[in-house]
Design a protein around this ligand. Structure first.
Ligand code: PRP
Ligand code: ZN
Ligand code: MG
Length: 222
């Protein structure tokens, strides 16, 4: 594609809790998002910006590497990634006020919990092992972290773990699985992040325009 190298790449979640709100924010910012044949990218026809529609878990890597200069991603995904990096990989530009949820510790009904010390010696299933380990360390608790890539809520029923640590938004998933919240590891919301890699002057210009527009929308929401 001619001129592609001068276009900014903004990564957003393809489908999931942040996708609709991410697109809505961009539209309110005046970006006309084209519906192309290729559903992994979308061209913005009135600005030199292309959207990359990807798995949220991949967004921090793309932004670190500068493959995408910007990304919209949850603090939960971003901080889990950052804990595995030796160096800072991105700059947080703005808190976007949507996608609010929290990484919480939950237990089956009837399981006692007074404080993090209750987790000592227990097995905890999670898709966020680094954030959970940090929480345990900060509280001076030794427990076994069982890493699962999904369906963490099933772990207690399968006797894989006695507690889980997972993202909670409405709480419907926990309730459906007979679990209740006992503690909080991280409060989260959608963030706009920017790569630390230097941009070409053309991309820098597009970036400043994008940020001005997004900040304009956010200012009206305060
Ligand atoms: C999270 C979490 C639960 C669900 C909780 O998954 O793993 O399954 O959301 O939401 P609720 O409290 O509203 O029921 P997410 O949608 O982020 O998907 P992912 O784990 O595949 O990224
Ligand atoms: Zn995800
Ligand atoms: Mg899930």
């Amino acid at each position: 594609m001619i001129g592609t190298s001068d276009r900014l790449h903004l990564a957003i979640q393809k489908s999931g809790r942040l996708s609709d709100s991410s697109r809505a924010l961009l539209r309110e910012s005046g970006l006309r998002i084209q519906h192309g044949k290729n559903d992994l990218t979308a061209r913005v026809d009135n600005f030199p910006i292309d959207l990359m529609l990807v798995r949220d878990d991949d967004i921090p890597t793309f932004v670190r590497d500068g493959v995408c200069e910007f990304g919209i991603v949850g603090r939960n995904v971003l901080e889990e990634f950052a804990l595995g990096e030796a160096e800072p990989a991105y700059e947080v530009i703005a808190e976007l006020g949507f996608g609010t949820c929290a990484l919480r510790v939950a237990a089956p009904e009837g399981k006692a919990y007074d404080s993090p010390a209750s987790l000592a010696g227990e097995r905890i299933a999670t898709s966020y092992p680094r954030l959970l380990k940090r929480f345990l360390e900060e509280n001076g608790v030794e427990a076994t972290v069982i890493e699962m890539s999904g369906a963490v809520e099933l772990a207690p029923r399968l006797h894989i773990a006695s507690y889980i640590c997972d993202l909670v938004s409405t709480g419907a998933t926990l309730e459906a699985n007979g679990l209740h919240v006992v503690d909080t590891v991280l409060e989260s919301e959608a963030l706009l992040v920017r790569t630390l890699k230097p941009l070409t002057p053309e991309k820098e210009e597009a970036a400043e325009m994008l940020l001005m527009r997004i900040r304009g929308v956010l200012a009206t929401q305060d």
